[in-house]
Design a protein around this ligand. Sequence first.
Ligand code: XLS
Ligand code: MG
Length: 401
Amino acid sequence: MKNRKLSMPFWCVANPVGDPFGRAIMDRMSSVEIADLLCKAREEKLIEFTSAHDDDLVGWDPHHLEDDLDPSSPASKTLKTIKEKLDAAELKVAMVTCSLHENPLFRNGGLTNPNPEVRMLAARKVMRTIRIGNFLGAEYLTYWVARDGFECQFSVPWERNYRYLIEGLNLAERYAKEQNGSVRHGTIEPKPNEPRGEMYIPTTGHALGLIAMLNDPSFWGVNPEVLQHEGMTGLTAEVAVAMAVHAKKLFFLHVGNQKPGQFDNDLPMLVGMDGIKEMVAVLWLLDRMDWQGHIEYDNHILRTDTAPGKENSTRIRMDFIRQNVENYRMAEKKAHDIAADPELAKMMAALWDREPGMAKILSKGETAEILAAAPDYDKVNGTGLQIARLDQLATRRLLGM
Ligand code: XLS
Ligand code: MG
């Protein structure tokens, strides 16, 4: 079983780790300095890809919406410098995403903002992000639901808001195709709440449902955030991931750790009180389902582990990347071990591979053959399954016993 390619985004590394109750602790670094750090991680063979919001790379000037097309603009110059660095290190850009959460203009939504003037500015910002993505060679454009949501239900024009969202996403797809650059696909990243009280695409199921309503569903997929966004709902990420793979819509994954039901924890891989079993199980099911995509981190340095000062700011950030990669590889190794374990395989087969003849008839789906089959109610109903024993063995393997 292969080890997956890993992506570390600009924003995870750049974050100076403030929270709603306290200011940032770490020294800030420019996008060019972050590019240097990520290139170092590439040289150490920790990662193969990176990703970025437009705002992580260059500021947005709402008075100069196409500044990226003007070679003399500060944005163009910075993008050129970043591209030269990434190219030299052979660090590829996997994805770009348009920040529609940071600028206060978008406080009541970006693509779904009821004010068409704000929607127009959001659309132009998304178009610029696509151009930036093409310049850097990104394959994916991600739409994260961000401020497209609400706190007060009577403030939402329900008969229009999904139309606005669909118009915005269709425009992104059309523009990406017109530009005919490296951006070939879009992904939707769901989240139930934060920064809004409620968001319009709370789960992966909602995202898959929305994709079916878009002009070109083949352009779009999902990138669920596992375990964070998916676990905030109290639902398990495993169902979201498995269903998305089955629908051939899992383009890549965001990963980190989460205590179920809480705010967006964004803990690094395997760090924190919960999640080891679930994360290993997600990676195991991806192996079983023969999924070929890459994994992207989306998590942040523990605030307790930060410190101010220039030297700290690079050392702590590099250590964060190394730890995330080490922890991912630990989980991946466990997933591979579990998939290859003969004892577990035997117990799974006992659970899954009964009555192959009957399975064949059902998958063929011929009504006459189904009516002729003779399932034995008493035999089936009279047998317990021993799933707890199977789970105990999996836990034993997880604990290395
Ligand atoms: C925030 C999201 C965000 C997206 C990219 O919760 O995870 O970082 O991944 O905009
Ligand atoms: Mg994310």
